[in-house]
Each structure stands twice: as C-alpha cells, then as structure tokens.
Design a binder for this molecule. Structure first.
Ligand SMILES: [Zn+2]
Length: 317
C-alpha cells in the first residue's frame, strides 16, 4: 500500500483486479474451510475452545476414541449433526452453488470444482451440484459400516436422532433458565452446563443394515489420523493437473490454506500460472496490501465478501 492509499482504496483496487481476472478465467477451483460456515452459526473445532461437554473435540474425532467408547463418540456426532441441521447455508454457500451450476452448464465455457474440508453438509444443502462438489473430509450425514468386510455407506441420512438412545444428546441443559433450551436460542459458545454423557451399549447405536452380526455404523467423516479418501483425491488431482487446461484461479475460502492438502493445491495452481484469491478473517498483511505476486487477499467474513467479489460473474445472490 502506498502511503497515500487508504485500506478501502487498496480493497477496491484489489477487488477490481480480481474481478477482471475472474471474468477471464475458464477454470476455477474453490477450496473451502470452516470459516465459511462460521456465519451460519457453526463453531469450529478451535473457535469454541474446542470443547464439547468438557471433552476435547479433537480427541473425540479419532478412530481410537470410537474403538474405546463408540457411545461417547456417537453422542458427540449426534450433537454435531443436530447443530449442522439447525444451521442454514449462508450467501457464501449460495455463491459457490451458483458457480457450480455455471460450471456444469453447456452454455458456459467455465469448468469448476469446490473442494470442501467441511463436513456440515451446508454446501450440498445450498443447491451446489453434487458432480463438482468434493467433500474431502466426508460428511456428518454419511454413515458407513465399521466392518472391514462390508462397504455399506448410507449417503445423506438426515434422520435425527439416529437412534432412540441418542435423542437427548441434542439439547444442552441450562440450570440458570431452569428449563431445557434448544440450540436455536443459544449462542454458538458451548455451555459449561450440560446433560451428562450417557453410557450407551453398542445395541443402542446405529447398526449396519447389511451385516448380519450387527456391526456398528460410524460417522462418514475423516478422523484425525485417517487418510483422505483416495478416489476423491485422485479426481481432484486429475482436475488440477489435466494437461492443456491449467487452473486460472483458486479461491481459498475460510481457511488459511496452509495445511495439507490445501497448501499443495494452492502451490500447484500457482506453479502453472494460476492466481489465488483468499477470503478469510485472518490473512497476512502483505497479501492484503497486494505485495504478494498473483495473490489477492480479502479480509473479513467470507460469507459477505465472496458474493460481492463474484458478482460480475454470478450476479446478485
Ligand atoms: Zn456392514
């Protein structure tokens, strides 16, 4: 930023440059992280002190935790499903849904994919085409069998609660109001008062309808320590690496883009001459002021900034 330029001038200069490139772009990738869903009221693992009923969320999102206490982990996921279902997609989700529809339309010469690290299902609920949506961390609304011998997956299962025993894990108890209150009324922050965790037997948890031995179903998300789904990652790689058509633009939304595989996508797009636009509450100042080559940074709420920035291409949201 030159001394004479105010932050808002910088923003509008950056926006103009970005939009010129956007309109010329034939191949676009959006990489989405938790920051996009914050405006929809969904806490991030780190944002809410990372606690659920005083358990560290990261500890619960592991294969080990499920192996040791599937009832505890299912209560946590039942709450996450409930919270995600209560949330509504925001304008940022709708903007990407519009891009996805243009990317599929025969009238448009745009090719497009969204790679999302979010498991909340808000992108698909916003009307995003499923053909160009890659949920690389899975979905809270997919259930899969835990048996090695079984490949049963139940996609987009929105039933809530999944079993009778998981019913009252959805609400938190607040003695100060002397009544149960739903997540509708409460802030995103997690109350220190809560229903105690129940001890649930495997019989009370979701079971595979295919396996005769009553194998447990588990949430269809990628847990810490697990690999990303190879078939999806291969499809994303093929899109990014396809010969003769490099990605013109990668939108990095609600994520720092510094963690694998996000960082590798950004690097690969740049290496082939593509440009980067970051929409996040936390962006290095050098990027925001336009000092980093081929990179724009729009600092703030992605749900507000994204529809504004994409408007010349997608119209009003
Ligand atoms: Zn099974």
């Amino acid at each position: 930023m030159r001394p004479s330029e105010s932050p808002s001038t910088t923003m509008s200069t950056q926006l103009k440059e970005f939009q010129e490139h956007l309109l010329k772009s034939k191949k676009i990738v959006a990489l989405v992280g938790a920051g996009l869903s914050v405006s929809s009221g969904l806490p991030t693992f780190r944002g809410s002190q990372g606690l659920w009923k005083n358990f560290n969320m990261i500890d619960l999102a592991t294969p080990d935790a499920f192996y040791i206490d599937p009832g505890l982990v299912w209560q946590f996921y039942s709450w996450r499903r409930y919270t995600a279902l209560k949330a509504k997609p925001n304008k940022g989700h709708y903007a990407l849904a519009k891009l996805s529809q243009m990317g599929k339309s025969p009238q448009s010469d745009l090719t497009y994919i969204t790679i999302t690290q979010n498991v909340d299902g808000l992108s698909s609920r916003s009307g995003h085409c499923k053909e160009n949506l890659y949920e690389i961390h899975g979905s809270l609304f997919d259930l899969k069998c835990t048996s090695f011998m079984c490949n049963f997956v139940d996609h987009n299962n929105f039933k809530q609660p999944l079993t009778k025993a998981l019913a009252d894990t959805e609400e938190e108890f607040d003695p100060s109001h002397n009544r149960k209150r739903s997540l509708d009324e409460q802030e995103v922050s997690i109350s220190p008062q809560f229903n105690p965790v129940k001890t649930l037997s495997e019989k009370e948890l979701p079971q595979c309808p295919v396996c005769k031995d009553g194998s447990l179903l588990r949430p269809g998300v990628v847990w810490f320590g697990e690999s990303l789904p190879l078939s999806l990652i291969t499809k994303v790689d093929n899109f990014i690496e396809s010969e003769g058509s490099p990605v013109d633009l990668i939108l990095v939304i609600g994520t720092s883009g510094t963690v694998y595989p996000a960082n590798s996508y950004v690097d690969r797009v740049k290496l082939k001459g593509g440009k980067v636009a970051i929409f996040n509450t936390d962006i290095e100042n050098d990027i925001v002021v336009g000092k980093v080559k081929d990179t724009w940074g729009f600092k703030g709420d992605a749900a507000e900034l994204l529809p504004l920035a994409l408007k010349p291409l997608i119209g009003e949201i």
